[in-house]
Ligand binder design. Structure first.
Ligand SMILES: *Cc1c(COP(=O)(O)O)cnc(C)c1O
Length: 233
């Protein structure tokens, strides 16, 4: 648990350095602590140490841990099946992984049922990796328009991207740059349900490069909590 506190301090320092290196402030960058596979005790330690936002990539994990976690904002960052939207619609504050109209429409339907508006990000797979979810950069505009036209209980807050792994994260900066370019372009659309505020890019091994490319929300897991052990699940 001491490690979690020390790691958080180190990451916050690194975020500050990366932000300041490109003339921005650390306050500009939201740290979402990715708590998948972690115990409530570990997660609550991070919250006590100042974490305000946590990210999970599985519906089941959100449901299993929800009642044991101190007050915090929850982010759904993993692939989401339409039939599971109903379980998290009143638990998470933002869904980062919207990559189809069908999913957005189901989020809209469930949000309307609860009388809320759900914040979402569009997941863009700018490297076009087959192994990752997300739409291609060509599809972003069409999906945004379709959602704005039809989903009254959904608000589009920005874009999300997972870059391919590279030993040297500088090699994949181009993919972050592409998504940043789209973020700036589509953020100019004037619409009551489009309010770009978040560019969700960067994980443990590439968050500094992502911030330099313009990210203002980083999703960091193992650098805070240590390597994940999936066998414990
Ligand atoms: C697991 C995960 C992360 C965090 O990964 P780390 O390498 O542990 O920082 C970020 N984003 C998504 C979508 C993830 O599933």
């Amino acid at each position: 648990m001491e490690d979690i506190r020390a790691n958080l301090k180190k990451i916050n320092d690194q975020i500050k350095t990366a932000a300041e290196s490109c003339g921005r402030s650390a306050d500009d960058v939201l740290l979402v602590a990715v708590s998948k596979t972690r115990t409530p005790e570990e997660i609550n330690t991070a919250i006590d140490a100042g974490v305000t936002d946590i990210g999970e990539n599985k519906v089941q994990e959100i449901m299993d841990k929800y009642d044991d976690i101190k007050p915090v904002r929850w982010h759904m960052i993993g692939h989401l099946q339409t039939n599971k939207v109903k379980y998290i619609i009143d638990k998470v504050s933002m869904i980062h992984s919207v990559d189809s109209y069908k999913l957005a429409a189901e989020i809209n339907r469930r949000a309307a049922g609860k009388g809320i508006t759900m914040d979402i990000l569009i997941q863009v797979n700018s490297a076009q990796e087959d192994s990752k979810f997300g739409i291609t950069t060509d599809e972003t505009e069409g999906l945004i328009k379709e959602i704005l036209d039809n989903c009254e209980n959904v608000r589009i807050r920005g874009l999300m991207c997972i870059a391919p792994y590279a030993d040297d994260p500088e090699d994949i900066k181009i993919y972050f740059d592409q998504v940043k370019e789209q973020y700036d372009r589509f953020g100019r659309i004037e619409h009551p349900r489009l309010d770009f505020k978040y560019l969700s890019m960067g994980m443990s091994h590439d968050f500094q490069v992502a911030i330099e490319a313009g990210s203002n929300l980083v999703r960091v897991g193992s650098a805070i909590f240590g390597e994940r052990d999936y066998s414990k699940l």
